[in-house]
Write a protein that binds this ligand. Structure first.
Ligand SMILES: [Zn+2]
Length: 184
């Protein structure tokens, strides 16, 4: 199915990773409003979100209602292997896990400098690529965790355009968040 919303891939490497991540059965589209609504209405008991530390303390589009159980982690480059993430997943019934990246990420540029040199077409989508790679890393490392109801989601904040991009495995691409509130 084609969607006018789907952001096309410039790099074959990124497209190939998107295909791979789309096959992970727990990966699904889930935007910021769906997450807030699910937590506030009690349809989801708890969620975990991991963002990059250079996004700063204020994370746009992330539910900040003090009554919901949303575990937020931040480290350099939204790494799920950093302290606390897997421990939280092991002892809390998390239903949604979100990797939240952002454009102009210093981490992504530093980490993948060599890759960018080899494949300059990756430059504009490096952060999307990074988020997908982290979802794959999580899925590869989470096999021992009791996660039967867990859904995985990938988000990227595009500050320049002022919108949120969500990975849609059905389209094998990121799309601009569907919810109208996301665009305000
Ligand atoms: Zn960053």
């Amino acid at each position: 199915m084609l969607s006018s919303n789907a952001l096309s891939w410039a790099s074959a490497e990124a497209q190939s990773l998107a295909r791979e991540v789309s096959k992970i059965s727990s990966v699904s589209y889930f935007d910021d409003v769906q997450l807030s609504d699910a937590l506030l209405a009690g349809q989801a008991q708890a969620a975990c979100l991991i963002a990059c530390s250079d996004m700063g303390a204020y994370l746009p589009y992330v539910c900040s209602d003090p009554t919901v159980k949303l575990h937020v982690f931040q480290n350099f480059g939204h790494s799920c292997l950093a302290g606390g993430v897997f421990e939280t997943m092991a002892y809390t019934a998390i239903e949604h896990f979100i990797v939240y990246g952002h454009f102009d990420c210093r981490y992504a540029k530093d980490r993948d400098a060599e890759l960018l040199e080899k494949d300059p077409s990756l430059r504009e989508e490096l952060e999307r690529y990074n988020v997908l790679r982290e979802l794959r890393t999580f899925a590869d490392n989470a096999t021992g965790l009791p996660l039967k109801n867990l859904k995985l989601h990938g988000w990227v904040h595009d500050k320049r355009q002022g919108h949120l991009q969500i990975f849609d495995p059905g389209l094998c691409a990121f799309v601009i968040a569907k919810s109208p509130q996301s665009l305000s």
